[in-house]
Design a protein around this ligand. Sequence first.
Ligand code: ADE
Length: 246
Amino acid sequence: MRIDIFSIFPEMFVSPFEASIIRRARERGLVDIQTHNIRDYATDKHQMTDDTPYGGGGGMVMKPEPIFAAVETVRGDDPCPVILLSPQGRVLTQAIAQEMAGQERFMLICGRYEGVDERVRERLVTDEISIGDYVLSGGELAAMVVVDAVVRLLPGALGYEHSAAQDSHATGLLEGPHYTRPPEFRGWAVPEVLISGHHARVDAWRREQAILRTLQRRPDLLETAPLTDKERKWVQELLDAEQAPK
Ligand code: ADE
């Protein structure tokens, strides 16, 4: 996979991409991530990347020419998704990350200031992604989030010891609790079933815990989660019991 990132602060990406899973994926040749400084494509004397908005008002707007020049130069004749990070985009989900993990190549444009000239959105960008309903100072941190969520899904990115298939959200449910040694810490014991060595019981317990946790924290997810009829019935019983007068 090839990812090109366009930003006026490419130095922000150095350390996050040199650690952990992303580093390993790069070293294994699973992903080639290139950052590009939009300023390098500005042709005026001061290499301006922003300007005041037409119609007045505060703030600055990112100019279209350097962004078009940067993307078109790097992309060449090879069409690929060009994604703008902005609080106005569709909100990133595991399903979107999975869809992106299937792409051969994509580009990320990091907006700054009050926004980018609308012609970038209309004529260059193919998709717009937000990482949540809050406003960041720019798209850089959002681009890092997208890259992390996508790269860890590439086959071979996670070690054999971990599979993304059981992650929270990958199953449509939140994951249940995890424990490691010691079996007792300050008098707090690990659930007995986990120490039992009984794999079928462990799997059943984990599934139950995932459903319970999702019910407690994100009941909205249960509406679309792939539950069996038996599990749905159990969830309904739990809900009914909760509503019953004590
Ligand atoms: N740029 C500013 N805020 C953002 C957000 N929430 N998601 C993506 N890009 C952004």
